[in-house]
Design a protein around this ligand. Structure first.
Ligand SMILES: Nc1ncnc2c1ncn2[C@@H]1O[C@H](COP(=O)(O)OP(=O)(O)OP(=O)(O)O)[C@@H](O)[C@H]1O
Ligand SMILES: [Mg+2]
Length: 227
């Protein structure tokens, strides 16, 4: 689905990613410590930053120079790190914002309210007043309204209470089982390896290990993160 080849990228003159290659797969996890370059890699995948070298392929087509909105139109959705939503709008308005103008918009919103009972419960509450976990669910729901082929998630369980972490992990597994591709950044090695068909470890912007999630040992992944 999405394939990144030999990517060099960064901010201004600062290079962050050094020859990074990410294979395609049903669920692909990117693991690494703080500052390793994980979010940079996802920003590159959705087109918010452009590589100075390397190629991005989606569905077999070269999209390296395609703008983010065009990538979304082709079936990519991106949930940035940090549980972002429009705090002054209600839960429902946050969802309607994306659904407006789409055919079956109302049904798309309802489907997400069914998927996330907490969002249905707090549909009329301002998103800024939701818990971190609920706001994360809202951010994922908003992305799902676009019915993506590939969902890009940046640390969806970071700083969230354990019960909601379990719900979010279950959602990711369900989406993958339903045929959606997922590019997942995680610091929790256990879940990432369990969910991922393939994984990539980043350390200081270099890939230090890749493999199949089901076959990997947590200890070797942890060692690769520390290189
Ligand atoms: N907008 C930016 N401008 C300049 N440098 C940046 C910018 N964003 C990130 N960086 C730098 O790029 C490097 C990688 O950051 P990135 O956010 O990709 O790491 P990360 O692996 O997502 O970390 P975390 O786990 O803390 O989210 C860091 O050294 C960071 O300081
Ligand atoms: Mg990050």
């Amino acid at each position: 689905m999405l394939e990144l080849t030999d990517i060099e990228a960064g901010y201004g003159r600062t290079r962050v990613l050094h020859g990074v290659t990410v294979p395609s797969g049903k669920v692909v996890a990117v693991l690494g410590h703080n500052g390793a370059g994980k979010s940079t890699l996802l920003r590159l995948a959705i087109g918010l930053i452009k590589p100075s070298k390397g190629r991005v392929l989606f569905d077999g087509e070269d999209i390296t120079s395609l703008a983010p909105n065009r990538r979304v139109a082709r079936g990519m959705a991106y949930v940035p790190q940090g549980q972002q939503s429009f705090g002054q709008l209600t839960t429902l308005e946050n969802l309607q914002l994306v659904a407006d103008g789409r055919r079956e918009g109302r049904a798309l919103v309802d489907a997400q309210l069914d998927r996330f009972p907490a969002l249905a419960q707090f549909a009329t509450r301002k998103a800024g007043l939701l818990s971190g976990g609920q706001r994360q669910q809202l951010a994922i729901a908003r992305a799902l309204i676009t019915e993506p082929k590939l969902l890009i998630l940046d640390e969806p369980t970071e700083g969230i209470q354990p019960t909601i972490v379990a719900e979010i992990e279950q959602t990711i597994m369900q989406l993958a089982a339903g045929g959606m591709h997922v590019l997942l950044v995680e610091q929790h090695i256990g879940f990432a390896l369990q969910a991922a068909e393939r994984y990539v470890v980043l350390a200081s912007g270099h890939v230090t290990q890749t493999g199949e999630g089901g076959k990997a040992a947590t200890s070797t992944v942890r060692a690769a993160m520390a290189i």
